[in-house]
Design a protein around this ligand. Structure first.
Ligand SMILES: [Zn+2]
Ligand SMILES: [Zn+2]
Length: 126
């Protein structure tokens, strides 16, 4: 899958992730680093859809991971996955709906915890 975001320099994230960013030329060897305004440290960046960031009032929206590369974490919610399957591609319509946001890897982990439902994936136990 084509990677979407590359940036250099210092970026502050807030609770809604980063929407505006400078896109630099692609470089697969260098993970994009982000200085997170929440975690107050530099971390690898990750990409999630706009529906997973910010306060969702405790609503679990699903968490579909699209990459298992730790340098290229990407995920989106259940509705995005439905639309992606329907569109069968990263279409303009899909991109507009998805409205990708950059977050730090720790925010990504928090979001994953928040939006992974109790019956999602390989739940342990009975
Ligand atoms: Zn979404
Ligand atoms: Zn963070």
């Amino acid at each position: 899958m084509k990677r979407e975001f590359y940036a250099l320099g210092r970026i502050f994230a807030d609770a809604s992730g980063i929407r505006e960013l400078q896109v630099e030329e692609e470089n697969d060897d260098v993970p994009l680093m982000i200085e997170c305004g929440i975690h107050k440290q530099w971390a690898r960046s990750a990409v999630v859809c706009c529906h997973l960031v910010g306060d969702t009032g405790g609503e679990i929206r699903g968490f579909v991971e699209k990459s298992d590369d730790p340098d290229d974490s990407q995920a989106w919610c259940g509705r995005c996955e439905d639309l992606f399957v329907e569109e069968d591609d990263m279409t303009e319509r899909f991109r507009a709906f998805n409205d990708m946001r950059l977050v730090c890897e720790f925010c990504y982990a928090d979001i994953k915890r928040r939006h992974t439902g109790p019956d999602a994936g390989e739940a342990e136990g009975a």
